[in-house]
Design a protein around this ligand. Sequence first.
Ligand SMILES: Nc1ncnc2c1ncn2[C@@H]1O[C@H](COP(=O)(O)OP(=O)(O)OP(=O)(O)O)[C@@H](O)[C@H]1O
Length: 866
Amino acid sequence: MGTPVNIIVGSHVWIEDPELAWIDGQVLKITGQNVEVQASNGKKITANLSRLYPKDMEAPAGGVDDMTKLSYLHEPGVLENLKIRYELNEIYTYTGNILIAINPFQRLPHIYDSHMMQQYKGAPFGELSPHVFAVADVAYRAMINEGKSNSILVSGESGAGKTETTKMLMRYLAFLGGRTATEGRTVEQQVLESNPVLEAFGNAKTVRNNNSSRFGKFVEIQFDKQGRISGAAIRTYLLERSRVCQISNPERNYHCFYLLCAAPQEEVEKYKLGNPKKFHYLNQSSCYELVGVSDAHDYLATRRAMDIVGINAKDQGKEVDSSVPKDDNAKFHLKTASELLMCDLVALEDALCKRVMITPEEVIKRSLDPQSALVSRDGLAKTLYSRLFDWLVDKINSSIGQDPNSKSLIGVLDIYGFESFKTNSFEQFCINFTNEKLQQHFNQHVFKMEQEEYTKEEIDWSYIEFVDNQDVLDLIEKKPGGIVALLDEACMFPKSTHETFSNKLYQTFKSHKRFIKPKLSRTDFTIAHYAGEVLYQSDQFLDKNKDYVVPEHQDLLSASKCSFVAGLFPPLPEASKSSKFSSIGSRFKLQLQQLMETLNSTEPHYIRCVKPNNLLKPAIFENANIMQQLRCGGVLEAIRISCAGYPTRRAFFEFINRFGLLAPELLEGNYDEKTTCQKILDKKGLKGFQIGKTKVFLRAGQMAELDARRAEVLSNAAKTIQRRIQTHIARKRFIALRAGAICLQSLCRGKLAGKQFDCLKKEAAAVKIQKHLRRYEARKSYNKLHLSALVLQTGLRAMAARKEFRFRKKTKASIIIQARWRCHKASSYYKKLLIGVIKAQTRWRGKVARKELRKLKMVLPTVVWL
Ligand SMILES: Nc1ncnc2c1ncn2[C@@H]1O[C@H](COP(=O)(O)OP(=O)(O)OP(=O)(O)O)[C@@H](O)[C@H]1O
């Protein structure tokens, strides 16, 4: 991994965290080697400078599809990239040529449909998003173009998705090299259909996976010259035999037992089956059913698949469970077993409960104690089951058929990943041995790939170190003297116990740096594997390593009247009878050797499956758990190998784009890209880098160093910009503030004046109201006064007037009377006068008139004037 360099205050870094494995943060303070970091979760963490890694702040938001594109190739960077992608449901990511597949724990049908297959067909590697189809396509094209065999190695811990990935690979290879089924079953159909059959007999529910393969598998698909599938072979490794007799809660035994119990009624009766709770090998756990799985349905599906892969109906009807005759029930089972195995009832009982001892004098039959009889029964069941499984695989192979003319093949290896539990026994030892072997193969391949890249770019790689795990392999498999050899020796020696075996190990590997004797134990031992230390409990190593069939069992079953059962136990050749011992460890070692030979003759491709959480649920990404798997799957080792050389490589133009600002004068000069890169690196005083034909190759940490310089330049520029911007912002703020203040002031003043005006207005109004009120009041009281005065005056005047009137009335009346009287008197006088006048006048006038008349009678007509 890259060494942290050039971490300064303000740098963004990754720091170890007990919960999240790695957490990002920013450096607050550096005191000597101690660094204080403000983590993104708000905590302040202090750590040693050497434990920090730089964080790439320019990494794309959606992550990169190939880890080699990361600027900083280190654990936290890798983890973060996978996490970002997983959150976007991008479950596949490359690390160079290795494909990392993170189990989505949810169906993503759109990424596996036929349209997708069509897209990946012939597409150049890396052009489309990472995918299993891309890996299969590369393997297929390489095989067609170069005529060389290829292999795809799928590994990962239980439940990581190896089997699902293998199925996808097979589907895609069948899609590329399949033929249209004109005459019945095609090879690829048979290969694909062999899965459900093998799963029924080789898979079981475990705590880590509901459909866990309890064996390793290498499927060889042979192709003819036209690239069509012409044959196939399946090799299986290390079936977990102990599960047949011993299961722990809440796990299950192999699926096939439950399928048989769920068979149609007539078959259940025929084979004297029934409820799984009745059988000792099944009722050790309380788990009988799987959620969402119908055993009855799967029973029929498995039978159909058996038809397709060529196992005939007669062969499909053999199964057995065994027991010791403790009571009537046990006797019933014994009888059933003898009927199903078609062997003699008494012979079966003897084989289970007695042992024959041959002494020079005589042959003695000795009864076994109940405990040994149990062991004997379980031994028979395990042998029977593992032979049945091997028969099944042979049958599938012979039915599919091999192509002797095939020159090239693609092998797909689906094998258990590194295991380290609380208790680790012989199985874990073999599994981890396999993984050491594969790791070596992987390291060599990754190293070779690195070298190829360097050669292609014509750079010197002679000094790149390569850490080999050959020492662990020697510890395990060296002959003589390795653990497997010592175990075989112990198994052959009748008085050996696991204590003597452990002691032998302690003595032999006293000073081996990969072997550790725990202080407090006398039988455990620890091996420092490439993926970490594993503590093994040796107590069952001897039993589990012994692979010999008790002669009584061998004789009994090879004498079975059922040709199928007898066929599983062919009579042993005389020579092998004398050397009774055969060991599982050695046989497995041999198998592994053959596998490695096959793999070495092929071009390998790696798929590392990762289980994101132990809850088997989607969208949960457990950092520490995943980190451990990447470590065990060799991904981190591949990165380490890469770091040992030139982990960072950048195309010239990319390099100039990123680091041109370190030497702006060069960008204005007339240099070609290669010289510019060289000059930038020289200017910064870096040593040890190499300039290839198209890329710059940097040693671990150099990218960070350049980035730190770049960060400095950028930070200075940023500071200037910040200063200006801050001034500008401050001034703008001040002006705005001032305008605001003025505005506020005028508003306040206005408001105050308004208020004052309001007060004045109110005051004036009050005065006016007061005035009017007062006037009204004054007027009212004046009016009242006035009225009163008037009334008073009127009264008084009236009184006076009345008084006067009364007086005047009296006077007036007398005057009127007087007047009337005088008037009367005058009028009477006047009338007397008038009458006298008139009489006088009349007499006068009469005399005159008569005189006149006499005159007129004499002169003029008479004039009458009265
Ligand atoms: N690509 C995928 N898409 C959807 N689900 C998946 C995928 N890969 C794995 N799974 C889910 O994870 C479960 C476990 O996967 P699988 O059986 O392939 O694991 P494994 O690595 O083969 O485990 P074991 O070593 O125990 O056999 C599957 O049953 C399936 O539900």
